[in-house]
Design a protein around this ligand. Sequence first.
Ligand code: ZN
Length: 235
Amino acid sequence: MKKVAVFFLVLVVLAVSLWSVSCARSFQFFGKIISRVETADKVVALTFDDGPWNPKYTQSVINTLGSLNVKATFFLNGRGIESNTDSAQALVSAGHQIGNHTYSHNRMMFKGLSEVKREIDSTNELIRSIGFEGDIYFRPPYGKKLIVLPYYLEQQGIVSVTWDVEPESYDGINESSSAIAEYVIGNTKPGSIVLLHVLGGNNKKARDSLPLIINGLRSKGFKFVTVAELLSGNT
Ligand SMILES: [Zn+2]
């Protein structure tokens, strides 16, 4: 009886540990994962996940960033690029960085190698097809990864990029543009990576927070860079 209890305790501890690893923003079993860069320079990368969907929202974000002279990084889904190719191309033409956020935006923790490979490779091909030429970084959907996904990414030499500032994850903050902006301005450190969702029909508050965030962080001396610029250290 005692042995059975110990066995179950070990199983529970193992499950909790694996769960923590699957959610960790700056650790994975294989390959490089980055949630923030250690630097004294006041630089920050704005990153936007998912989509693209309706072109009018993408165009609105392109206009906002363009008018404020900010280059950002968009982790897009292959499915979104395929169904809204013109929007995805417009992001590339506007000079933004494009990253891989899988084809179908499923949780990738327990997927087999062939499915992982399909999700990553098809999306990388689509990113090349819209004319993006830089290194392609990867961001796991829901920040979730465990063994096969990081293993495949390491084989391919693809770096995973998470984030250290995520305003939309808190109910009280997600309710208004000004609260989102206030949170980002208050929590951004030199070298931070900010996660927002701005391309969807439901993302109006985050979209409207962009000018507030950009002006607020600029007034604190921050400069906006892409993830590639942040990681290269040439900022
Ligand atoms: Zn996502």
